[in-house]
Write a protein that binds this ligand. Sequence first.
Ligand code: HEM
Length: 225
Amino acid sequence: MAVNQRTPAPGAVSLPARTHAGRITGGGTSGNERLTAVTGGALLLPLAVIGVTLLQLRQLLSVHLFVGMLLIGPVALKLGSTGYRFVRYYSGNPAYRREGPPATPLRLIAPIVVLSTVVVLVTGVALLFAGPSSKNTLLPIHKVSFIVWAAFTGLHVLAYLPRLPRAFRADYGRAAQLSGDITGRTGRILSLAGAIAAGVVLAVLVIPEFGPWIHNSGVFDHHHG
Ligand code: HEM
């Protein structure tokens, strides 16, 4: 009897779900959607921490700088997975064409979400390396881009939050274990873990740059000119 991929060898445990999971890549459009959604979910906690630091920036500046740098990892993965869908869609890939574009309002705000994210992060990194002397030039751009970012990404998150449980269940729920197609799940887990680890390493590497800002955190007191 010929044994092929589909026919388990005599006595072998047939683990279709697990063999798929072992494959690093794959999963097609639903794999991409799950990676994007789960990465979005992973962004919620660090974004919330950044929000809290803004309430007490003078005291929490080092947390703001550290978590701001850490965010670069998962944000890069988020832009990567959504950018991949974008390129496959516009290059006419049948599966992504069938999946269709995001809902029109979300499609319209997506460029603003991406651009404001990039400007907030780039001006944040520039501020860190340029030091407190750049507060009159870069800080206003950082603040204005943050306000734009918060408004549009807030809409983005409100729209997509309800999708998160389904994306998590599709890869990590009980049904997924038993019968669901979790092709590429290992790759998605490794990508997200790798992106977060890269963010942490980046944040640790730049801690020496925090000094000038921590010692000058008085710059955030409103009565300073
Ligand atoms: C820095 C913050 C973020 C950026 C730059 C970003 C960017 C994007 C972009 C460009 C898209 C594709 C366009 C679209 O479908 O609208 C997208 C899709 C999506 N985002 Fe975000 N996002 C961010 C945060 C979040 C957060 C916090 C969540 C969690 C609720 C989230 C959940 C999603 C979901 C579920 C999709 C649709 C995935 C799909 O159907 O393929 N995003 N994001």
